[in-house]
Design a protein. Sequence first.
Length: 106
Amino acid sequence: MTDPLIRRIPVVAGLAYIEDVRRLPSPFVATLRPEPENRYFRHAIAVMSGGAKVGYVAPEIAGRYHASISASPEPVTCPGRRATHADHESSGVELLLDFSGIPEPA
């Protein structure tokens, strides 16, 4: 059975991405792109949709999945959706990803 938290991976999206976030349909397909050159977090994983960056996988999750996503020979994609009003009100999270199709790191 899949851990339900794997279906609710938060996307960290600051003000720089808010316009692109608001234009996203729900649901959408996210492409996960490691950013090893990111000066703030070496395990950063950018979340892309429609050719635009809409944020980053939350750092506590990105550190766990960075190696396996980086090693993938193909772009890694996953389903995403807009957060519910309750999610947004309680955490500020605008987008959630479903990692259930991404292999768990060893």
